[in-house]
Design a protein around this ligand. Structure first.
Ligand code: PRX
Length: 652
């Protein structure tokens, strides 16, 4: 179909079909859908066989204890052996596993043999520090190879890791370390971002003050900045890791042995520790990475731009690509340092063939202008991916045309921290793609869209997205709170997993994701709960009450807008909003800093006292107000709207 003809179609009618050339070489094949449908267990059995197991499983799926599943029951394997040792054993030790690019231009080339040596040394060091299978290890790192090495070393000895994004505050880190009772924290003195060094060790010191459960802090020297040192507790990575032997005999763990905990925001103020286990998780991470990204380990150079602090970094930087023997790029810094063409320079430098990133980044590049990507040779790219939030059709088309030279399939992949791996996505070379649609569940996955009453809606209609069958990488629970697990995901619709997202089928049966239907915001692809930000705001002495909404934002998808009532006697001066924004950043992390804070005299509440966020969203997005009749006091909205002009504070 010509570009001109496409212009005249609505988004839903535009379909790009795979080229014959791509289809002929694709890992995904059309028959996968039928095979998976006709024999789900057999299909997943086959996928698991691509891994190296020490003991074969006796049963593919045990769902008798639903909603907790067991996959590959009785099987035993070691995740790090699958990600590293077996590639070396297969004669691929000299293949590059990681091309590391530091923000300041320093580089490292790490082969699979190098990775095996480093992971073995790190595993030996963890053992020397007394870490045993089952002990939790917190990882709070910049995007440097040691972050991946630490994760693999934990997996190697069966110690579940809890990676905490380096942008989170000391307070957020503290609550996560506490919740998982981690006994070791692996960190760095700091990292490089936006051209300067930021500190991490300093936040760890603050986080674990008076926390005797943390026995040691293992510190990578990255920036050489000054750090406080507690010699009873702190150890330099270089001192303990480099003197270890490069050989480490791995032990096989049960398929259901916990692999990691990753905290994500829910609808309450307390983040949920999402628990993932070993065999099923690795099976799905590896399968999806192979078919959705069409990985050819011998020739591809893959780059996923996510930080290891998020699930995308777990499944598609560390576990999926390494399980598949991929060569990948890891970049430490921000896209505009030292110039706005940095990513495209990296693509050209390493000959990146597969690029996986988030819509917020794509929209930012669109805004910066075509000249930055156009200044670099991007002709090696052959497949593009998107994740984290709905991608608007304009950004999708720009990604296709400007980055992909109208030559690369785009996989818009829907999934969650909880799902562990990709669930809904086109299959490149097999299915068509529509700009803005994640298309359909991949082979082996079943999804539905239900109405309020739990009845499946038909094509052309929308509702709530649910997953109707268990899948191998599904979460096995919420750390320390199984009741919350059942309540959050399994109580809304009987026996079906409620994802918390709205979605619709178009008339052709393609799925369009419509965003969250709960009080969770999505800012630059990161989940932040409104309650968490509200709690941070009311912890400030001047704040009496706060209500937070996610308002549409051209670049970040949603922006955080807070409505705040000050305590009597607190002054609404020009600096108040700024101070509150900084306070939230300190409490949670910079990603949660509100875009805008509006000081108001009242909040709109129903007669039962529930804040009507819908109305606040109307205000935040400058829309005409929706129905106000259920408000306890309908005149309040006038008060809020009138007050805004005088007290709103825009982003700096
Ligand atoms: O709302 C959906 C959105 O991100 C949420 C999951 O966030 P998180 O657990 O942080 O994982 C992000 C990376 C997998 C989902 O509930 N989301 C993720 N991918 C998409 C998406 N929304 C629309 N389209 C996507 N491709």
């Amino acid at each position: 179909m010509s570009g001109e003809a496409l212009e005249n179609l609505s988004h839903e009618d535009r379909v790009f079909f795979p080229s014959e050339k791509f289809a002929a070489q694709a890992n995904g094949k059309a028959d996968l859908y039928d095979r998976a449908k006709n024999d789900r267990d057999g299909f997943w059995n086959e996928q698991a066989e691509n891994l190296q197991w020490d003991t074969k499983w006796s049963q593919v799926l045990d769902w008798s204890d639903a909603p907790v599943s067991k996959w590959f029951v009785g099987g035993k394997l070691n995740v790090s052996v699958n990600c590293v040792d077996r590639h070396v054993a297969a004669g691929n030790g000299s293949r590059v596993a990681i091309h590391f690019e530091g923000e300041r231009g320093d580089t490292q080339t790490i082969t699979y043999q190098n990775l095996l040596d480093s992971v073995s040394q790190a595993a030996n060091a963890l053992t020397e520090l007394g870490i045993k299978a089952g002990d939790r290890v917190a990882i709070y790192m910049p995007m440097i190879p040691e972050a991946v090495i630490s994760m693999l070393a934990c997996a190697r000895i069966g110690a579940p890791h809890s990676v905490v994004f380096g942008g989170f505050s000391a307070e957020s880190l503290r609550s996560r370390i506490e919740d998982a009772s981690a006994s070791l924290v692996i960190t760095a003195d700091g990292g490089f971002r936006k051209g300067s060094a930021f500190g991490l060790k300093v936040a760890v010191d603050e986080a674990i003050e008076d926390m005797p459960s943390v026995k040691n802090v293992l510190v990578v020297k990255r920036t050489e900045q000054e750090v406080n040192w507690n010699s009873d507790r702190d150890i330099w990575w270089d001192e303990i890791v480099s003197r270890q032997s490069t050989s480490h005999a791995p032990q096989a763990f049960d398929s259901e042995h916990p692999l990691f905990i990753l905290y994500t925001s829910g609808t309450t103020g307390k983040p949920k520790g999402i628990l993932h286990t070993t065999g099923g998780y690795l099976t799905q991470a590896s399968y999806t990475h192979r078919v959705v990204f069409d990985l050819k380990p011998e020739t591809d150079v893959y780059w996923c731009t996510a930080d290891v602090g998020w699930i995308t970094g777990h499944s598609y930087v560390t576990y999926g690509p390494l399980a598949n023997g991929a060569t990948q790029v890891i970049y430490e810094g921000t896209p505009d340092t030292p110039h706005k063409g940095r990513w495209w320079e990296i693509v050209a430098k390493y000959g990146v063939t597969i690029l996986y990133t988030a819509p917020t980044a794509i929209r930012t590049f669109m805004k910066w202008g075509d000249e930055f990507p156009q200044a670099h040779d991007l002709s090696t790219l052959r497949l593009l991916g998107s994740v984290g939030e709905p991608i608007n059709p304009e950004a999708w088309m720009w990604y296709r045309e400007v980055i992909g030279a109208s030559n690369c399939p785009i996989v818009d992949t829907w999934w969650q921290t909880e799902t562990g791996g990709i669930m809904i996505s086109p299959l490149p070379g097999v299915t068509g793609t529509k700009p803005g649609s994640a298309m359909g569940p991949i082979p082996g996955i079943s999804a539905e869209i239900l109405d309020d009453a739990g009845v499946a809606v038909g094509h052309g209609s929308g509702g709530y997205l649910v997953l109707t069958q268990p899948w191998p990488a599904m979460l096995r629970g919420i750390w320390g709170d199984m009741e919350r697990y059942k309540e959050t995901y399994w109580s809304r619709f009987k026996s079906q997993y409620f994802a918390g997202d709205g979605a619709k089928w178009d008339n052709d049966g393609a799925i369009w994701l419509l965003g969250r239907v709960d009080d969770v915001m999505n800012v630059s692809g990161h989940r932040i709960s409104t309650t968490e930000v509200e709690s941070a705001l009311v912890s400030h002495p001047t704040v009496a009450e706060a209500a937070v909404v996610g308002a549409n934002d051209e670049t970040t998808g949603q922006g955080i807008v807070a409505f705040v009532i000050l305590r009597a006697g607190s002054e609404d001066g020009p600096g108040v909003a700024q101070e509150l924004r900084a306070h939230v950043a300190k409490e949670i992390g910079a990603i949660a800093r509100p875009r805008q804070i509006l000081i108001v005299a009242e909040l709109p509440k129903t007669r039962s006292g529930k804040i009507m966020r819908r109305l606040l969203r109307d205000v935040a997005e400058n829309r005409t107000l929706g129905d106000v009749t259920t408000l306890a006091d309908p005149t309040i909205m006038n008060l809020i709207s009138d007050g805004l002009n005088s007290s709103s504070t825009d982003d700096d």
